[in-house]
Ligand binder design. Structure first.
Ligand code: GUN
Length: 281
């Protein structure tokens, strides 16, 4: 079974659009998401465009603010301070990665926690790890939604997460743990990786290497979630971290790239923006 993140996200966005239609009467306006893009990294430009498109579909007001690669850190921090203070802004997202001369941690921490639609602010991260109410990071949230929509039972399962980033690996491990999976966190220094991944009933791959996970690394019947977005060096086409063609026949459930996790991430961003908006009233 292939889980289409594209279809699931289309359904969820349609439901949100229905809800947002009622907001002007109820709250006097619609939610407003501000996306800040520094520089012109093609992948980032494409992600930001996707976020604007999804906002339009859901009826969320979207402002994309572009600044040059050369923007001084202090100036970016000032921009964030002004967005924090703006009562008409409900969500702030600074597209990552940022240029090397800018301290990402400092920028993330400068965003008002209540407008942090990415769930990257240290207070949101702390709340996640303490099981307190928080804004969940979009990709991990989308992954859990996909597993549930596919009817995958998570409790008691052996889950293996490859990759330990703040954006995906760490938070998705915590969410799987909260769903009562037995979670193994694997990474570039893991010995006998194939042995570890073969033990996975649920395998989440977020390493950013094209087709790194080969068929011999996956057990028959495994659930495989591919977070990778790479260019296939041979064909130049978009591909995941998982060799989809080789693994799809073995997996009980698998996500494609494109059309899998990516659209769910954007969908959860819309949901987080609506949540941040509602909390302001
Ligand atoms: N860059 C890659 N993924 C993300 C994300 O989820 N949020 C932000 N802000 N930047 C990213």
């Amino acid at each position: 079974m292939i889980i289409s993140g594209k279809e699931l996200s289309a359904r969820l966005k349609a439901e949100m659009a229905e809800e947002v239609k009622g907001f002007p009467a109820k709250y006097g306006r619609v939610p407003h998401l501000v996306v800040v893009l520094v520089g012109d990294n093609p992948a980032s430009v494409s992600y930001v465009t996707g976020k604007a498109k999804a906002s339009a579909e859901v009826g969320i007001r979207n402002t994309t603010i572009r600044r040059p690669e050369s923007i001084p850190e202090a100036e970016l921090l000032e921009l964030i301070a002004s967005l924090n203070a703006d009562a008409e802004v409900d969500g702030i997202l600074v597209q990552l990665p940022l240029p090397k001369h800018i301290d990402e941690d400092k920028v993330i921490a400068a965003i008002d926690k209540s407008k942090d639609v990415d769930g990257f602010h240290p207070l949101n991260v702390a709340a996640l790890w303490q099981k307190q109410p928080c804004t969940l990071p979009c990709t991990p949230k989308g992954i859990i939604k996909m597993l549930k929509a596919a009817g995958v039972e998570i409790a008691g399962k052996r889950a293996v997460v490859i990759g330990r980033s703040n954006i995906v690996g760490l938070p998705v491990s915590k969410l799987l743990l909260d769903e009562n999976a037995t979670v193994t966190m694997a990474h570039s220094r893991t010995r006998n990786l194939a042995e570890v991944t073969r033990g996975a009933e649920i395998l989440v791959v977020a390493i950013g290497r094209p087709k790194f996970i080969t068929a011999d690394m996956v057990s028959e019947g495994a659930v495989v979630i591919d977070v990778g977005v790479n260019r296939d060096p041979e064909t130049g086409k978009l591909c995941g971290d998982v060799d989809f063609a080789a693994i799809e026949p073995k997996a009980s459930v698998i996500t494609p790239v494109p059309g899998g996790v990516g659209p769910m991430t954007i969908c959860c961003l819309m949901e987080n923006t609506i949540e941040c908006f509602k909390r302001r009233f």
